[in-house]
Design a protein around this ligand. Structure first.
Ligand code: ATP
Length: 211
């Protein structure tokens, strides 16, 4: 039994999130993927959509797919929490033995050393890394390169046998889609067909988002 959490701003959620994660479910036999929309701290560039709108778009994107669920705990907080803190809370809730994973894209892996207490992440979960076009590069620092060598595995059975501690680089499909690009296309009145689910696109239009 392997449960994976997938954090993101999801401003908006798009096929570049969904397709690779669906492929990952098959690649390693994930039992559940729980999307975790972020509370964006005030000192960072703010999402264009409100927390409620970002949550609604995630709900629409996963509607009818029982493999997926959403955990909106970060959006209910009045203060932002670091990913490691959320994952530590989740680990406490689920007990010490359940295998847990956190999904990130390759771009996020490259900047992982800037995350608060990044080295503690593997004390509470595995990291599953989605391939992302343009980011298949060497890690930025010698420390990160060594960390990856120490923790990387290719045997997916290990991810189910151990509760945490491994990094798995997935061979998921490469989709050149980003939320930034979708917002820019909307600003310029360019079609976003095929970049995100129809239901999310319809919601964006009804709410007049990203204009
Ligand atoms: P933005 O363009 O606003 O930075 P984004 O498209 O990168 O947004 P986020 O919500 O910030 O989307 O991403 C959440 C997670 O999904 C991150 O770990 C990111 O690396 C990953 N991700 C986003 N788009 C892709 C993609 N096309 N392929 C693989 N991973 C992706």
């Amino acid at each position: 039994m392997l449960h994976a959490f997938f954090g993101g701003t999801f401003d908006p959620i798009h096929n570049g999130h969904l397709r690779p994660v669906e492929a990952l479910v098959d690649e390693i036999g994930l039992n559940r993927v729980i999307l975790l929309p972020n509370h964006v701290p005030p000192h960072r560039p703010q999402p264009e959509a409100s927390p409620q709108q970002r949550l609604k778009m995630v709900e629409l994107a996963i509607a009818g797919n029982s493999l997926f669920a959403v955990d909106d705990r970060e959006l209910h907080r009045t203060t932002p929490s670091y990913t490691i803190e959320t994952l530590e809370t989740i680990r406490k809730e689920r007990g010490k033995t359940l295998p847990l994973a956190f999904i990130i894209g390759q771009d996020s892996l490259l900047t992982l050393h800037l995350w608060h207490r990044w080295q503690a992440l593997l004390d509470v979960c595995h990291l599953l890394v989605l391939a992302r076009p343009g980011y298949n590069q060497q890690m930025n620092t010698p420390e990160m390169r060594q960390w990856l060598v120490q923790h990387r595995v290719t045997d997916t059975n290990l991810l189910r046998q151990q509760p945490q501690g491994y990094v798995y680089m997935a061979e998921t499909p490469l989709l050149e889609i980003s939320a930034t690009d979708i917002r820019q296309r909307r600003h310029q009145g360019i079609s976003c067909d095929d970049l995100l689910p129809r239901s999310v696109q319809r919601y964006i239009e009804l709410q007049g988002l990203y204009r």
